[in-house]
Design a protein around this ligand. Structure first.
Ligand SMILES: Cc1cc2nc3c(=O)[nH]c(=O)nc-3n(C[C@H](O)[C@H](O)[C@H](O)COP(=O)(O)OP(=O)(O)OC[C@H]3O[C@@H](n4cnc5c(N)ncnc54)[C@H](O)[C@@H]3O)c2cc1C
Length: 417
């Protein structure tokens, strides 16, 4: 089934009775060539690119819940390529290019909206740091514009520019940054993988990883044992737990990150705005809700919900930056589990077990990485070689201390990222 404008029109006029399910609901087979554990954005995109780029279709994606129930459907949907360090910047640049062709590629409307992202700065020192970051982005081939205070005012007239603690000095505009509809990204990749023969199996939790003589043989699941020649662990907030099934202890702590949405409002905020000093960021969804969030809850947890101190902190930061937000009613808040690495950068690597691969550590920035992560992980799983754009994401950097990718300069303390 292909989506076309004509088809949408026809279905609209005939009661929308012709739409088919977007993916099948197959029972698990006894054996696959490749098993991907985790049906989040990264697991689904890995399966999609394995099938599309390498013609591998004897693949199952095993998801313990439902597609879109994890972080891929819980994030605040920001897509950007504004990283500073070599190792990160080429990866996110690769990802943004994939985003830009994604809807045509998947034949699916993921509502990718390049509305521009503005990172605010509040001191001369911060301006210098953002100028350097902008230059690094331009060197990488991406776009960046350093705005002075009046430049920011033209785009975001509703901000409080004269806050005594954080007066706004300017901002770094990343015009190609923006948002996408998060669950549509999961659905689009699921549909694309399914159309190429991948089995997407929901309600199938992996409970064990079978290893013999240092080689992976398959997985144990709540729906029986499944043999596999290769297994990819792509479970985001559960990375530490699932890797432990293979005897691995990862340099990862799982932390809660919350987000919030208001009632639907008329268009008010055109961009994604990031207020790093106050730990607050915001955009407006196509339905009109103001979608915003802040920092981690600052304690390790596997609960997909947050606690009140961070709610208070985020609301305070929002009021500081744009007092007008005080008039909006918050409709919902929710939380997701972030797999935080010590340097804030991810891991895409082989493991010490033959045939077992690891994709994790996306911290609170893995939504924008979904296309490139799947693309590079598929390359690794299919060919055994590291994709150039993800060559820096090796696990051993935490053992040796070399080639750490400490993007935010916050060191090894997880909760400072
Ligand atoms: C509030 C919030 C805001 C965020 N905002 C942004 C943002 O604006 N931009 C951005 O780039 N990133 C953002 N992120 C981060 C981003 O959502 C994550 O980094 C990314 O989604 C993680 O990858 P994933 O999609 O594969 O994870 P998930 O969707 O969590 O996928 C992992 C899947 O593995 C499954 N699983 C776990 N254990 C097992 C098992 N034993 N067996 C089978 N399946 C299993 C889980 O059920 C889950 O579905 C945000 C996250 C949160 C929570």
């Amino acid at each position: 089934m292909r989506f076309t404008g004509l088809r949408v029109l026809k279905e609209g006029l005939t009661g929308n009775r012709g739409w088919a399910h977007h993916w099948r609901d197959p029972a698990p087979k006894a054996e696959y060539g490749i098993v991907i554990i985790g049906g989040g954005g990264h697991g689904l995109s890995t399966a999609y690119y394995l099938a599309r780029e390498y013609g591998l279709t004897n693949i199952a994606v095993l998801e313990k819940g439902y597609i879109g129930g994890g972080n891929v459907g819980r994030n605040t949907t920001i897509v950007r390529a504004n990283y500073f360090l070599q190792g990160n910047s080429e990866f996110y640049s690769h990802s943004l290019k994939l985003w830009e062709g994604l809807e045509a590629d998947l034949n699916y409307n993921v509502m990718h909206s390049q509305r521009g992202l503005i990172n605010l700065f509040h001191s001369d020192g911060q301006r210098d740091a953002f100028a350097r970051r902008g230059n690094a982005m331009i060197n990488q081939g991406d776009d960046a514009v350093l705005l002075d205070r009046e430049g920011v005012r033209k785009h975001l007239p509703y901000l409080d520019f004269d806050n005594t603690r954080f007066p706004i000095y300017g901002g770094l505009l990343h015009p190609r940054g923006g948002t996408a509809r998060h669950d549509a990204v999961a659905w689009g990749y699921a549909r694309g993988a399914d159309q190429r023969g991948v089995d997407i199996i929901q309600n199938c939790e992996v409970t064990g990883i079978d290893i013999e003589n240092g080689t992976v043989k398959g997985v144990q699941t709540t729906r029986g044992a499944i043999r596999a020649k290769k297994v990819g662990i792509v479970v985001a907030g559960r990375s530490g737990q699932v890797a432990a099934m293979a005897g691995m202890r990862l340099p990862i702590e799982s932390h809660v990150l919350q987000a919030f949405v208001t009632e639907g409002l008329k268009p008010a905020i055109d961009h994604v705005v990031s207020f790093g000093m106050g730990h607050f960021y915001i955009s407006q969804s196509d339905k009109g809700g103001l979608v915003f969030g802040g920092d981690l809850d600052f304690y390790a947890s596997y609960a997909q919900r947050g606690n009140l101190p961070m709610v208070e902190h985020v609301m305070e930061a929002g009021m500081t930056l744009m007092p007008m937000i005080g008039k909006a009613k918050v409709l919902r808040s929710w939380g997701g589990i972030m797999d935080m690495t010590p340097d804030g950068s991810p891991i895409i690597d082989k493991t010490g077990v033959d045939g077992l691969y690891l994709n994790c550590g996306w911290c609170y920035g893995g939504f924008k990485a979904v296309p490139a992560s799947g693309n590079c992980f598929a390359h690794l799983m299919a060919t055994g070689r590291f994709h150039g754009a993800a060559a820096g994401f090796r696990l051993d950097r935490f053992r040796t201390g070399r080639r750490l990718l400490d993007e935010e300069g916050t060191g090894a303390q997880h909760n400072l990222h």
